[in-house]
Ligand binder design. Structure first.
Ligand code: SF4
Ligand code: SF4
Length: 311
């Protein structure tokens, strides 16, 4: 698969950073699926559920409640980076995320998030569940983070999976090089595409990037692909106001879409944020109530859009 070769550093075409692989997933597309979570994301959503996906390199997480202060991690560190009373037990200015401390910790209080996967190794890991995919109408979901931060890798993987008869789906934030749209449409069976806010300025405030490129890519992919499903996180006080719901519906109608999947915000990301090195404060947001979700659904309905509410 020759996508953007020559424009990417070589290592990005042969390996990708992955921070989790979930087998037998039932919530990331049709049937039984393996979901691969790529590490690295161009956005910084205030409500992010997976902040450990933001940075591309491997990083360390500290689970304070698991720590028994035995300090077996201390002599294991080749960088002398364990600091007994540091917030995350680590001086990050010295740490290179080698993971030796995590290997020494019997309580799994320190963990390495992210490791590089070779294309062929990841394919072999996925394909061993092929029978489950075929029996259930399932397949593989590429998630993250942002899978198209590794375009050559992900599109090559999809080509190999397709050749093996395995259904492929990507969940994307939409912020990727527009030259990829045709390649995505030609390589994947389906896409879940996030529309987080209809206003460019609000999108920038809430996620760190405006939505110009995202809407452009959404429109292009809707022209090129049949199976593209828009999704929207419902985040109280951020994007659930009537004006934004109606403006989002207008974007969907222009793209020829008649439905949207609405995913209510939950606060699990805050715990994850506390375990890693990050300057972003945990979000002070309450999950939407069933009544609030029904209000969103009703406004979409008035605009001719069927909103599917997730729990
Ligand atoms: S080895 Fe693990 S449990 Fe012991 S002090 Fe280090 S992080 Fe805590
Ligand atoms: S990941 Fe490696 S460098 Fe960082 S604290 Fe642990 S042992 Fe030290």
């Amino acid at each position: 698969m020759n996508t953007l070769k020559g424009t990417l550093p070589q290592e990005e075409t042969s390996t990708a950073m992955v921070f989790d692989i979930q087998r037998f997933s039932l919530h990331d597309g049709p049937g039984v699926r393996t979901t691969v979570f790529f590490k690295g994301c161009p956005l910084r959503c205030l409500w992010c559920q997976n902040p450990e996906s933001w940075k591309r390199p491997a990083e360390m997480a500290f689970y304070e409640q698991r720590c028994e202060r035995c300090f077996a991690c201390e002599p294991a560190c080749p960088k002398d980076a364990i600091v007994r009373d540091a917030k995350h037990r680590i001086d990050f200015s010295r740490c290179d995320a080698c993971g030796d401390c995590a290997a020494a910790c019997m309580n799994e209080a320190l963990r390495t998030i992210g490791k590089p996967w070779l294309l062929t190794t990841l394919f072999e890991e996925i394909v061993r569940d092929k029978d489950f995919f075929l029996d259930s109408g399932g397949g593989v979901t590429l998630s993250g983070g942002e899978p198209f931060l590794y375009p050559d890798f992900t599109l090559s993987l999809c080509a190999m999976l397709r050749q093996a008869g395995i259904h492929t789906l990507a969940e994307t934030c939409g912020w990727f090089d527009s030259r990829l749209c045709e390649l995505i449409a030609g390589s994947l069976d389906a896409v879940f595409f996030d529309i987080k806010h209809a206003s460019a300025s609000a999108h920038k405030t809430l996620t760190g990037k405006d939505n110009g490129l995202i809407i452009k890519n959404f429109m292009a992919l809707c022209e090129l692909m049949k199976d593209i499903q828009p999704r929207m996180p419902i985040v109280p006080g951020c994007n659930d106001d009537e004006e934004n719901i109606r403006a989002t519906a207008t974007i969907l109608r222009k793209a020829g879409k008649q439905s949207i999947h609405c995913l209510p915000y939950h606060s699990l990301g805050n715990d994850k944020l506390m375990r890693i090195q990050s300057s972003q404060a945990p979000a002070a947001i309450q999950p939407p109530t069933p009544t609030e979700l029904e209000r969103v659904k009703t406004i979409f309905k008035e605009e001719g859009i069927h909103a599917v509410l997730y729990s």
